[in-house]
Each structure stands twice: as C-alpha cells, then as structure tokens.
Design a protein around this ligand. Structure first.
Ligand code: SF4
Length: 736
C-alpha cells in the first residue's frame, strides 16, 4: 500500500467497494487497489476507479449561489447570506402555512450521519412530517416484502461470500455485470463450484449471458413467473413440508394462490415457455441449497412488494430461507441505500429502523433528542407523493443528495412541481439539473473530503474516511444542517463532527431493529476496515439498552425487538463482526416464523394498446450512475457512455424503418423522448429499453409511469406503454 494511502470506499453503488486513496495523479488523489477488503478484493469498476475526477471537476461548486431578484440568475453569495435566505424561507413557510409546508428530500447516497441528521432536522428543527428520499425509488418494495415475510429488512441477510457456496441462484431483474461488476465474480465462482445460475430479465444482458438458464419474461410479469414456478414445485411434490410446518405461517393461502397459476396460463402472461419453467423449477429444487436475489426489475413496479413476495414464497415453500447458504436477498442499489433507510429520512421511520407510529419508538428517540414525544410529527408522504405535492400544501423544499429532475418518474411533471415552489434550496457538489431550478444552491463536500459511515447491501457498516481537503468555500451537509437549525432556534443538537453524530445515532438506534449501538468509529477502523454487520448491540445491552462503552460483546443476541435473527457466525470464525447472517434460528416476526403472503398476478398500471403498442423498460449502463450528476462529469465515463439510446429488436426496427443510430422518438402518455436506436436481438420484440441517466431530450423518466405500489409506494419505473416514431435528427445531449 502507498505510504500515505487512506483506506476508504467508493462513492457510488451499494457494493461500497474498498479502495485506497493516495496523493498523486491529475486530481490530487488517485485510487490504489485495496485487496484486503473482502467485498471486492481490490476489483473496481470504471466508476469507482475514476471517482477522483469529480473532486476536481471544473464544474464543481465552490461557493453558494443565490438567485438574483433583478436578473433571475444564480449568482455567488457569502455562506451566511445564503443560509439566512434558506432559514428565512423555511421560517416563513412554517409561520404562514404550518410546519408541513416545509418539505425535506434526501438521498440514498447520504452517509448514515447525514441521513440521521436530516431526519432529526425535519422532525425537531422544522417539526414537519414532509420528509422522504430518493431511496424510495430504489429498494422500497424489497424492504416492504422483507418486513412482511421476515419481520425485518436487510438487503442481504447473508454475506456475498456465501453465494459461491450455494447450489443455485435465481437472479431476478439484476444486471450485475453492468451495475456492480466486481460482484459478478461471486456468480462466476458459483458456477465454477458446480452451482447453477438462472437469470430472469427481459433483456439478454451481459449478466444473462453468464447464466445456465435465461428466462426473458415480458416486463411486469415476474410475479406470475414466480407463481408459476411455485405451482410446479407444489405439483411435483417438491415442497419442504417439515420446514413449512416448523418455521412458517400462512402456507395454505399462498399455496392456493399459486395453484391458480397454471404453467400454461403463466406462459401466456410471461412469454416464458412451460419447458423453461419446468427446467428452472427443477434446477432450483435439485440444489442442496439455493438463493433468490432480486433487484430493481421486480421491485420497481406498482406491484413490486407482491412480486418480491412471490419470490420469497418460493424460497419459503422449498425451505430456502433462514438456512445456511440459502435465502432471499435484495441487491440494494444506491451507495447507502441500506443505511439511508434505517436512520430517519424515510417518511415513516425513526432511527434504528423504528416505526414513527410506535409510541415506544417515539418515546425512545424523543428522549435521545431531548424533546417531548408528542412534538414529533407523524408519517408523511412518500417520495413521489411529496414531489407531486410541491407548490400545493408544500411551499418550500430543502433537497440534499438527489436529482429528481432526472431520476423521478414522470419527470416533466416533477420539474413543473419544483418550479412552482415558493422556495427551493439544494445542497449538492455540482449544479445538477435540479439545482439549476433552486433559489439557493449550497456547495457541499463529497465522499473523499469527509468522514462518515455507510451500510452496504450486506448490512455491513463501513467507515468512509476523509482523504483530501475540500476546496475552500465548500461546507459539509452537517454544517448546513447545523447552520439552518440554529436559524430556526435550535442552536444545539446538530453537531458538525460526524463521529459525534454517530455517537448519538448509536444511542437512538439502541434496541431497534437496526441496532448500531455496539458499533463505534474505533471498531470500524479495526481489521482493515472490513466493517460490522447490524444488528450489533452494545455490550451488556439487551433490546433498548443504553450504550456505555462502544460494545465488544460480539456474541450478544440481536435483541428481542428483532427476534434475534443472529446466530453469531462471526464469533465462531474468530473474527466477530456483529450479525453477518440473519434468521438462522428464527425470523424477526413476533412468533419467530416467516410469513407466507398470498399474492396474485395483476396487470401493469398501463398495458399496451392500439395507440401505445410497445412496452418500455428502463435501467442502467456500466459507465454511468443514477441521474449521472457525478458520472456525467467524468470524461472517461462519458466517452464510454456518451448519451441515452433506445434499445429495440430488429423486427421492431424494421417495422419502423430505423437502423442503428437513427433517432427514434419514444412517446408515452406523459411525454416524448428522443434518442438514437440501438438495434439488437438481445431484447424482446415487444419491448424497448432506455437507460435513465441523462436529462434533456433523451430523458427516459419523461416517459415513466408514476403509479405507486400500495405498500412500498414505489413507482412503476420498469414498465409502461409507449409508441415509437422515426424522427429526422437527434440533438446532442447537454453534459455540463
Ligand atoms: Fe464498486 Fe459500485 Fe463503486 Fe463500481 S460503482 S467501484 S461496483 S462500489
């Protein structure tokens, strides 16, 4: 390792690859391999490798911007003036319209400390219920389904290292080869060890090409596919009756729902043939141990919770959950998508994954915050509903770490709502498409310039360490919240030191489902920073226990509040790390049993018709990340992925009369997007695909449907009806 290298983590996806940052290179700091970190063992994708370019980008914001009343333009202003303006706007909205006129919108990339501070800021300094975050658009359906079935949501209830040791993996709606390339090796090793891989995806992606069996269902029909597989498992007598009897409840209703989905019927719904269904069911049941892993494909639907529930039912019926090397897991997407949903920026949650509606949870957190439990507001609106309410009863918005103008569904409408606000304040590192609409823009620090914790997709809590100084004129999000809280009459309670915030977070989370009370910065620095898995209670503390000393009792139970999913495998391995594996003894439900939930297939919110005859599905590409606010500023990534495209089958292209790179208009009931055609037989002929990383004319989310899942409130990003039209020319995409 370089003598002055700092071990830290990538700023992007939920794998949170370990890397070292050393002085040098054109950006002042360069990425050096960190082979000792167990998740990625030194491997990085191009996004992580080039992340330092964003630190010194020429478009980096280094001073606050304030919209001039005279010119209407954003112009530089001193920090105190900018914070005064935001504080005044929030105070005015609250005084004139009530606390809920103030909205707060966070992000799944914020550290645990920032997410915690943002939730506290909303509920204590503003007193508003109107807070949610873009993580709602990421994994909320899997979280809701996990809560419903297991009583607890942690993306993966086992470490990634278990994957190569299982017998069969069904990977549903994930293109790991492009979204998390270093994780692909776990699937490669699975196959090298004799295991089998089934990939479910409407496209033959680079990941699907690795599979023993690729099933390509029509978008929006994964739920029916899972029910068809469960039907076959039951019909073939391959359920695990003893497991069902001993460890689950609700089987009869779920079984009856599955038996109504005959394979031939499922074939008509999904387009996946009965022989393919039989082959998949056989591969899954033949393995001694097996897993189902889902990602955005099944989750980003208006029936996402039920769809994930159907896959969980398949796992439960075959005894594949809460057993070694078996289980259901969600491949969370955003960098801190897991931690971001545990510590209070979600509309219905308090820190520690506590429920805002639970009187005991309110009392516990209110005591840590030094406020009356009755002063805490109740649950607010979900992300899309909050964005849709802007300019209505929500008059002023503070937004951190999100770019909904590109990433929200029905983005044209969301942009209109943002423009209709009385006041918009945005904290960001660059002038994102959303920041451009703001009245005040606050330039903030980013990953390598600040210290904080993140929780990766395995529930592994990690310390991201500061490696470089921030540019002069830039402040941290914690500084921003401190300054605004002081202006709202809360001069205390919003520290700017991340470790101080984390110490408070530990106390607030103690005894909750996501118990961090046994985790400290000191412990996170140990063992080459390999991290600790929550729940990780403090020494001597049962559920709800106080944090006294940073907690070294690795063998401790997870606390009755979560039903102790945790067999402490780490203790047996001699390297205690909290709770790497959940549910091995019991699930986190009241009776310790996993719950089957009966689910049935239903149509997408918008099915094709004569006017809009084609299905659109959206997703990601290797060289860009989410709304592209950071990655579109990196030359190497832009060269690899310069703009949006419309992927379509040769038969569809021929019907339209378009060839490779010809501009194509994709039109839905919400708007029109134009991008060059990419013609490939790797996609179904009834479906087109667009990546969603770009703004402007090629913005895929102009088209997407905002129908919401009734449980998770996840929008229907993955399926809507469109028509295609050839066009004369395509204008270049704006990149600055
Ligand atoms: Fe790893 Fe994800 Fe970063 Fe790529 S983007 S280096 S996969 S954490």
């Amino acid at each position: 390792m370089h003598s002055t290298a700092t071990p830290t983590h990538c700023p992007y996806c939920a794998l949170q690859c370990g890397m070292n940052l050393a002085e040098g290179g054109p950006h002042g700091v360069e990425v050096v391999e960190r082979p000792g970190f167990p998740v990625n063992r030194g491997a990085l994708c191009g996004k992580g490798r080039t992340a330092p370019a964003v630190l010194s980008s020429r478009v980096r914001l280094t001073e606050p911007l304030v919209r001039s009343p005279a010119t209407g333009r954003l112009t530089p202003a001193p920090w105190e003036e900018a914070l005064d303006l935001v504080g005044d706007a929030l105070s005015r909205a609250r005084a004139e319209h009530g606390a809920d006129a103030c909205g707060v919108f966070g992000g799944g990339g914020l550290t645990n400390e920032k997410a915690y501070a943002l939730g506290k800021f909303a509920r204590v300094a503003l007193g508003t219920s109107q807070i949610d975050y873009n993580g709602r658009f990421c994994m909320s359906s899997a979280a809701a389904a996990g809560q419903r079935a297991f009583g607890l949501d942690r993306g993966l209830p086992f470490p990634l290292a278990d994957i190569p040791r299982t017998g069969c993996v069904i990977l549903v709606g994930s293109n790991l080869a492009e979204t998390m390339p270093p994780a692909l090796r776990y699937l490669t090793e699975l196959r090298e060890n004799g295991g089998t891989l089934i990939v479910v995806d409407p496209r033959r992606t680079r990941t699907a090409e690795q599979a023993d069996l690729h099933l390509a269902p029509r978008p929006g029909t994964d739920l029916a596919l899972a029910l068809g597989l469960l039907h076959l498992v039951v019909a073939d007598g391959r359920t695990d009756e003893r497991y069902i009897e001993e460890r689950t409840s609700g089987w009869e209703e779920a079984r009856a729902a599955a038996m109504a989905h005959w394979p031939e019927h499922v074939e008509r719904i999904t387009g996946v043939s009965v022989p393919e269904l039989r082959e998949a069911a056989g591969m899954f049941c033949d393995a001694d141990a097996a897993m189902v892993l889902t990602a955005r494909g099944p989750e980003q639907q208006a029936k996402g919770t039920d769809t994930v529930g159907a896959w969980i039912n398949l796992c439960l019926a075959t005894g594949r959950a809460g057993r070694p090397l078996s289980g259901y897991g969600c491949l969370t997407g955003q960098g801190n998508g897991q931690g971001g949903r545990e510590h209070g920026q979600k509309a219905d949650q308090l820190p520690g994954y506590r429920k805002l509606t639970d009187p005991a949870a309110r009392a516990h957190v209110a005591a840590v915050w030094g406020v009356d439990p009755g002063s805490l507001p109740g649950p607010g609106r979900s992300a899309y509903e909050l964005l849709d309410a802007l300019g209505g009863d929500v008059r002023t918005l503070l937004l951190m770490g999100s770019n909904p103008v590109v990433s929200a569904p029905r983005a044209g409408h969301v942009e209109e709502r943002l423009r209709s606000l009385d006041f918009l304040a945005v904290a960001d590192v660059v002038l994102s498409e959303t920041a451009r609409l703001a009245d005040v823009v606050l330039p903030v620090t980013q990953w390598a310039e600040e210290t904080g914790t993140v929780t990766n997709l395995e529930g592994r809590v990690l310390l991201r360490r500061r490696a470089v100084s921030a540019p002069p004129g830039v402040r941290s999000d914690l500084d921003v919240l401190h300054g605004l809280a002081a202006r709202l009459g809360h001069g205390k309670g919003f520290p700017t030191d991340p470790e101080e915030v984390f110490e408070e977070l530990r106390r607030a989370s103690a005894g909750g489902p996501a118990d961090y009370s046994g985790i400290s910065y000191g412990r996170l620095r140990e063992d080459d920073g390999a991290g600790l898995f929550w729940p990780c209670p403090a020494e001597g503390a049962g559920a709800g226990g106080a944090v006294e000393d940073g907690g070294r009792r690795e063998g401790a139970g997870a606390g009755g509040a979560v039903g102790d999913g945790g067999r402490r495998e780490g203790a047996a391995e001699g390297a205690p790390r909290g709770t790497p594996r959940l549910f091995l003894d019991r699930f986190a439900t009241e009776d310790g049993r996993a719950r089957f939930v009966p689910v049935v297939h239903r149509a997408a919110a918008e099915e094709p018709d004569a006017e809009y005859p084609v299905l659109l599905t959206t997703g990601r590409v290797l060289a860009q990340y989410q709304s592209g606010a950071q990655t579109r500023r990196v030359d190497e990534l832009n060269s690899a992925a310069p703009g949006p495209f419309v992927e379509l089958h040769p038969r569809l292209a021929a019907r339209l009369g378009v060839g490779e790179d010809d501009p194509v208009a994709v039109v839905s009931r919400r708007g029109r997007a134009v991008a060059p055609a990419r013609v490939t037989s790797a996609i179904r002929a009834d479906t087109v695909f667009m990546p969603f990383h770009w703004p402007g004319e090629g913005r895929a989310n102009t088209l997407t449907h905002p129908a919401l899942d009734p449980v998770s409130r996840m929008p229907e990003f993955k399926v809507c009806a469109v028509r295609l039209e050839p066009v004369e020319e395509v204008r270049p995409v704006e990149r600055s």
